[in-house]
Design a protein around this ligand. Structure first.
Ligand code: FMN
Length: 180
């Protein structure tokens, strides 16, 4: 799957470290990967790591002075595929409500579904099974978002249940399928 433009969105989950393996593999395959983060994603992963992996600055602050200033629109158009990995419960619920108050949610609201959007939820099973999150996932899927089902297993907090981010190979396979 080389030579694709991949917009890689990260939100505030402990699984951000796992997303780095996906980003690294996509770059090694010859793709151009642009990352964008919620402010809380930067509690889990540093911008230097994302910039080092992709060779491109992280899009983190919509209001930072830049040449164009409208990356929240242009990046959506540029991407062959957009992936939100990890997708926090919070960001999924915000997206389903049409909220656009940071880079990630604004990029989602500027997405027109002409090209695929893949969400990879990663969260505690209580957050995943919460009616708010389940209703949001259903709504997002009805709009055309592809959702990669989380695995069931041991979670970072020690609980056992659904919510674990799938392994990087599974995310890479889902991306390849979305691009077919
Ligand atoms: C140590 C720690 C780990 C967390 N892990 C997750 C997680 O895996 N998934 C999730 O949805 N929220 C997780 N949270 C809660 C989110 O970070 C929190 O809801 C935050 O507001 C999400 O921000 P964002 O959606 O804007 O990125 C975690 C919080 C902490 C303190």
């Amino acid at each position: 799957m080389p030579n694709k433009n991949i917009l890689f969105l990260l939100s505030g989950s402990v699984a951000c470290f796992k997303a780095c393996a996906v980003i690294s593999a996509l770059v090694k395959q010859g793709n151009c990967v642009q990352t964008a983060v919620t402010p809380n994603a930067l509690q889990f992963i540093g911008p230097a790591t994302l910039q080092g992996l992709t060779g491109r600055p992280v899009y983190a602050d919509m209001f930072a002075p830049r040449q164009s200033g409208t990356e929240h629109i242009s990046l959506s158009k540029w991407a062959d595929v957009t992936v939100l990995c990890p997708a926090s419960a919070d960001v999924l619920n915000k997206m389903a409500a049409g909220v656009a108050d940071d880079c990630v949610t604004t990029l989602f609201l500027a997405h027109d579904f002409a090209k695929p959007f893949l969400a990879v939820p990663a969260m505690n099973s209580r957050m995943f099974l919460h009616p708010a999150t389940q209703a949001s996932l259903e709504k997002l899927q009805s709009w055309g978002v592809r959702v990669l089902a989380p695995q069931t297993g041991r979670l970072a907090c020690g609980d056992d249940g659904p919510g674990r981010m799938p392994e990087p190979e599974t995310v890479l396979a889902a991306l390849a399928e979305a691009l077919q």
